[in-house]
Design a protein around this ligand. Structure first.
Ligand code: 13P
Ligand code: SF4
Length: 305
């Protein structure tokens, strides 16, 4: 079978099984091509609320599948490859944050969506990279404990200086590994290019960027810009997707190490096998976790919409 025959078979099976495929923009192109919806974490969360199908297959990482389950508990939600976790989401647990929270009375716990369902149960509000600044501004409290990503948190603190933002030492190992020097070197190689980066990068990188935003934010900016060359400071697949979408422009990855092994672990064959009932993992969360974790996600959608 060729890739396109496999894609056709997946499209047929997905109809037969009443399955909606949601894909994060970091996954392989042959998967985003057959997905019902492709987006950043925020768009996927919003979309998950009104999927008409009985079954949802999330191609991305575990916390994203958990978020879909929290928002659509009546549906069968599957993660396409069970090994696809997000290391940042596992860095802090509920007990640790409860202890920190006890030392910071009056603080709102703002949790990046890259957290486990269990941790979300004690968060006051959830955010994604595209909604964090807006939500921090809109929040009716000027004291925020931001977890787990200290780089996204530092970016929010800079954009919303009227609020006090406490940070802990967490973050994305892939984005945080990009050194500020990589920006200087990329700019030397491509002096005409605009630098677009994800806020999970360290402040020394975001401070040198022409634009800082979520994966969808970066893609929209590059497509709408009159500029012809862009250095892309997020997972390498975004430069690749943009190059397909805008063949008249040039996209250069900021760093060749910007590869998320978890996002890359899902293959088109995994998707096919999930539809055949031979692979993937159905996500199960208990009712109390769903109910408690949902509050911070609903608050995100209310303030971030
Ligand atoms: P977005 O919120 O931009 O989709 O990013 C998710 C993510 O995991 C980035 O590393
Ligand atoms: Fe997690 Fe980083 Fe991969 Fe995003 S890129 S899923 S934050 S490890």
């Amino acid at each position: 079978m060729t890739i396109s025959e496999l894609q056709q078979e997946i499209l047929r099976l997905k109809q037969e099984k009443d399955m909606c495929i949601l894909a994060h923009s970091y996954v392989a192109r042959e998967i985003t091509e057959i997905a019902d919806f492709v987006g950043d974490s925020y768009a996927l969360s919003v979309r998950a609320k009104d999927v008409p199908n009985a079954n949802v297959l999330l191609c991305g990482v575990r916390f994203m599948a958990e978020t879909v389950k929290i928002l659509s508990p009546e549906k069968h939600v599957y993660l396409s490859n069970p090994i696809a976790g997000c290391p940042m989401a596992e860095q802090m647990d509920k007990e640790m944050i409860m202890q920190v929270k006890a030392t910071l009375p009056g603080y709102t716990v703002m949790a990046y969506v890259n957290t486990t369902a269990a941790l979300k149960t004690i968060a006051d509000v959830c955010v994604t990279s595209s909604s964090a600044v807006k939500i921090a501004r809109a929040l009716d409290n000027d004291k925020i404990l931001f977890i787990p990503d200290c780089n996204l948190g530092a970016y929010v603190a800079k954009q919303v200086p009227e609020k006090t933002v406490k940070l802990l030492q967490g973050g994305c190992p892939v984005h945080a590994a990009v050194r500020p020097r990589a920006v200087e070197e990329a700019k030397k190689r491509h002096p005409q290019a605009l630098v677009l980066v994800h806020p999970e990068c360290v402040p020394g990188v975001t401070e040198q960027a022409d634009y800082v935003g979520s994966t969808s934010g970066i893609m929209d900016f590059a497509k709408q810009s009159d500029a012809k060359e862009f250095i892309i400071g997020t997972e390498i697949s975004i430069a690749e997707q943009l190059q397909y979408d805008c063949p008249d422009k040039c996209f250069y990855p900021l760093d060749k190490e910007l590869i998320c092994p978890n996002m890359k672990s899902t293959t088109l064959v995994d998707v096919y096998r999930v539809l055949q009932g031979q692979a993937g993992e159905e996500i199960f969360l208990d009712d109390a976790t769903i109910m408690q974790a949902r509050r911070c996600i609903d608050k995100m959608i209310e303030l971030g919409g």
